[in-house]
Design a protein around this ligand. Structure first.
Ligand code: SAH
Length: 345
């Protein structure tokens, strides 16, 4: 992928950062299972079954209170399928069985997911999700993998960040040619030289599509990711390789490229599409409100040799120094659906 991208830039000139990320991540996910100790990064469902169990309770509670019989359960970017498998195990005890739809582009990960979630139906994008049943959608660490655009205040004012090849043939960020002042929020326009702001049009487009789907079909969505509220100054574009931060401009396609999610933009897109939004709240508060501590205690009682490990997992998922506040949870629903559990009123 690095060589192909370099050839593309050598031929046609610098490309927007968003194109660089899209090409690199497409190749990255298509070619490997990046999760877990052997891979590049880990996620909440891979840390503990309790994460999926709490999300399963969230979904079952919502489906029951919405009074739906048959419904679809969909996940965006399901990784190894662990989250969905954990949810389904819990939901089987509380709610009617759901038809499972997985939105995944990577052929390698589809194979892993099909083994974890037998009978799941696969889709390339949200456009093909069914709208003939109420639908509950979940997305954990999905939006952070979508390509962002960056604007940087350089010596010529605000410009979009592009990627070029430097004299050594290495990828390097550079300023685009077009003045971008007009798209910088007025409150941020006067930021110091060198300042960067980010936007993720792909995330907003998907949120708008989801809002349309949920408006037609009835239902709800839960999004969990690391992020913040609203446009701000800051560069969150990063690469992870073997659980270490790495240079995102080296070896595109072989390291995980992500950026923080702007929950303000997600919220605006979902509300603009007619949905009611709750949150975001911290992942720790959300999981505890759904009963994570009680679940950790009962698991520890049932498996005494694992008690310390289970307490450690609960700590990682909920503590402010770990994933508890960096990760945020947002729920959206069609107006005639009940509000979600897990969000303080
Ligand atoms: N949700 C999982 C995995 C997160 S990794 C977990 O919590 O463990 C990101 C996931 O999103 C991977 O499954 C990846 O293949 C998928 N993905 C990334 N970009 C995508 C896109 N544009 N469309 C669909 N899936 C995508």
């Amino acid at each position: 992928m690095g060589a192909r991208l370099a050839a593309l830039i050598a031929r046609g000139g610098a490309i927007p950062l968003s194109h660089y990320i899209a090409y690199a991540n497409q190749a990255y996910y298509a070619g490997r299972d990046p999760l877990g100790a052997e891979g590049d990064f880990t996620t909440a469902p891979e840390i503990s079954q309790m994460f999926g169990e709490m999300l399963g309770l969230w979904a079952a509670d919502l489906a029951l209170r919405a009074g739906v019989g048959d419904f679809a359960l969909a996940e965006l970017g399901p990784g190894r399928g662990t989250l969905m498998a954990d949810m389904l195990r819990v939901m089987a005890r509380h709610a009617p069985p759901a038809r499972v739809h997985l939105v995944e582009t990577s052929p390698v990960l589809r194979d892993v997911q099909a083994a974890a979630v037998p009978g799941a139906i696969f889709h390339d994008d949200i456009q093909h999700l069914p709208d003939d049943l109420p639908i509950i959608l979940i997305a954990n660490e999905f939006f952070d993998a979508l390509p962002i655009r960056q604007l940087r205040r350089g010596e010529h004012g605000w410009r979009e960040v592009f990627v070029r090849l430097n004299d050594d043939g290495q990828f390097a960020p550079c300023d685009g040619d077009v003045p971008m002042e007009a798209v910088v929020p007025a409150a941020l326009r006067g930021a110091a030289p060198g300042s960067i702001i980010e936007a993720c049009p792909a995330a907003s487009a998907i949120a708008t599509g989801i809002a349309k789907l949920i408006t037609r079909a009835g239902g709800a969505m839960l999004a969990v990711d690391y992020g913040h509220m609203g446009a701000r100054i800051g560069n969150s574009f990063q690469a992870l390789s073997r659980h270490q931060f790495a240079d995102p401009f080296v070896e595109p396609g072989s390291r995980d490229l992500t950026a923080h999610v702007d929950f303000g933009a997600l919220r605006a897109a979902l509300e603009g599409g007619g949905l009611m939004v709750q949150g975001p709240v911290g992942q720790g508060d959300f999981l505890r409100a759904l009963g994570l501590d009680a679940r950790a205690n009962s698991l520890a009682r049932a498996h005494p040799p694992r008690a310390a490990a289970i307490a450690g997992e609960a700590h990682r998922l909920t503590h402010g120094d770990e994933m508890g506040t960096l990760f945020q949870v947002l729920a959206a629903r069609s107006p005639h659906w009940p509000a979600s559990e897990g969000f303080a009123p």
